[in-house]
Design a protein around this ligand. Structure first.
Ligand SMILES: Cc1cc2nc3c(=O)[nH]c(=O)nc-3n(C[C@H](O)[C@H](O)[C@H](O)COP(=O)(O)O)c2cc1C
Length: 187
């Protein structure tokens, strides 16, 4: 059994992110061999990065209590599904900040990406792949790509088209199998 965190990618008060994360959680109930949970970066209330040590050198010990809580949560997970909006052709600053906070907690784990935006979140997804590769996170091939115009009503209520089902299934299945495989590397 592996533990997979569905990581939110937006902290705006009026974000649509939570609806997409809940949809992924619902879809994950059909996947065997894993426990999925939503990991909401908003709950951790991380300020803009201001640690003395680069996370790669911090040995998982941080100056501030909130950062240690974030470190312990990510450390406890075997894999991730990042739900990311697209902000100016990249991930949101809050998601980048949350990723920057940690180093080895991410490493040798698998991740899937589910993006959304007016241009399907594809630029943000590719940006996130690059960021995660630097943290030794293996991103699976299939990725979700939802349109603000056709998968949301009035760009605010998530109503995903059925055509996405198979891709989301592939994202979740692959994250679970890769997470199981990568566990042996970390042992
Ligand atoms: C600062 C900003 C920049 C944005 N840039 C893009 C963009 O480059 N491409 C895109 O498809 N959508 C872009 N959008 C639209 C967002 O993807 C859309 O507002 C989405 O709802 C944001 O996710 P959230 O509601 O979960 O925060 C941008 C929105 C904001 C606020």
């Amino acid at each position: 059994m592996v533990k997979i965190g569905i990581v939110t990618g937006s902290t705006r008060d009026s974000r649509v992110n939570g609806q997409v994360a809940e949809y992924i959680l619902e879809k994950s109930k059909e996947v065997e061999g894993a426990n999925f949970e939503i990991v909401d970066i908003k709950d951790y209330d991380l300020p803009l990065f201001n640690e003395a040590m680069p996370p790669a050198m911090a040995n998982k010990q941080y100056d501030k209590e909130a950062n240690n809580k974030w470190s312990q949560k990510v450390d406890s997970l075997d894999g991730f599904v990042f739900v990311t909006p697209e902000y100016n052709k990249a991930v949101s600053p809050s998601l980048k900040n949350a990723i920057d906070y940690l180093g080895p907690e991410w490493g040798n784990k698998a991740a899937g990406i589910v993006g959304y935006g007016s241009t399907l979140g594809v630029a943000a997804t590719l940006n996130l792949r690059t960021i995660l590769s630097n943290a030794n996170v293996a991103t699976v091939g299939p990725f979700g790509a939802f349109s603000l115009f056709t998968d949301f009503e009035e760009m605010s209520t998530f109503r995903p088209a059925e055509v996405h089902n198979a891709t989301v299934q592939a994202v979740l299945d692959t994250v679970v199998s890769w997470s199981k495989g990568l566990k042996s590397i970390r042992a």
